[in-house]
Design a protein. Structure first.
Length: 261
């Protein structure tokens, strides 16, 4: 890959816009923040800031990034930056592309952030959905907290789904309570839908409900098939985002076909 202006690498961006990039970074940090040292986090956050002009893409030199940290009063070494990059690549947060100058000599790298994918961490977080709970693709109102692998261990202080805020659609509440009979979990899952569709002015409440139901069913199906999930909210966020991304791409294709005709 030839070295060049940041605009040359726009095609490498994995995100619709800066907001989309920031949303994915927030979810990555839920899973990965504890895996970086304090100095490495300083380096990572600086790289994120330098990846704003083209959402999720940066082609600044490491020394430029290190100097920027120093200017902000956060002194770190080049080796800290390189250690952060190795970890970020290992976790799937970053892809690093090498570039070359016109004379063939190596130039600075291009750093491309990746869309969020939930990290598989703990076997104890698996939900076991028994076959007896299924009826023609739907689910009975069985309380799955009785299974050994339920992610939320119930106790006397947990308030059930009947305490869910009335802003959450009843149909979504009734589906989720089959697996997580806890009002806080239900409300947090619905909050994911609200945040992800906040700027989609064309989305009706019915559209949000259908998105929420489809995403939750996909999450349960994936976990039933063996996917181990450390953070159900982060994983749910990723599923919702993927569905919206596909919808966005399909809309572009329809607009193109309409224009072409």
């Amino acid at each position: 890959m030839k070295a060049g202006n940041i605009e040359q690498f726009k095609h490498l961006s994995q995100f619709r816009d800066l907001k989309d990039f920031n949303n994915h970074i927030e979810q990555w940090m839920i899973d990965l923040k504890q895996k970086f040292t304090k100095s490495e986090l300083i380096a990572l956050k600086r790289l994120i800031r330098f990846s704003a002009k083209v959402a999720g893409v940066c082609n600044a030199k490491i020394q430029t990034l290190v100097s920027a940290c120093h200017e902000a009063g956060q002194e770190i070494s080049r080796s800290t930056y390189e250690r952060m990059l190795r970890k970020a690549k290992k976790f799937g947060l970053l892809i690093v592309y090498n570039t070359k100058k016109e004379n063939g000599k190596q130039s600075h790298n291009v750093y491309v952030f990746q869309r969020y994918q939930s990290q598989i961490v703990s076997d104890s977080s698996t939900i076991d959905v028994p076959e007896s709970a299924k009826i023609d693709g739907a689910y009975k109102t069985n309380n799955l907290s009785k299974t050994n692998n339920h992610i939320n261990k119930r106790n006397e202080n947990v308030l059930d789904a009947s305490y869910t805020n009335n802003r959450v659609p009843a149909e979504f509440r009734d589906l989720v309570k089959c697996f997580y009979d806890d009002y806080k979990t239900i409300e947090e899952l619905w909050k994911v839908i609200y945040i992800q569709t906040y700027y989609l002015s064309y989305y009706t409440q019915q559209d949000r409900l259908e998105l929420a139901l489809d995403s939750f069913k996909q999450m349960v199906r994936n976990i039933k098939q063996g996917r181990k999930v450390h953070n159900i909210f982060g994983y749910y966020w990723g599923i919702v985002g993927a569905i919206l991304d596909r919808e966005y791409v399909n809309t572009l294709h329809e607009m193109y076909e309409e224009y072409a005709s």
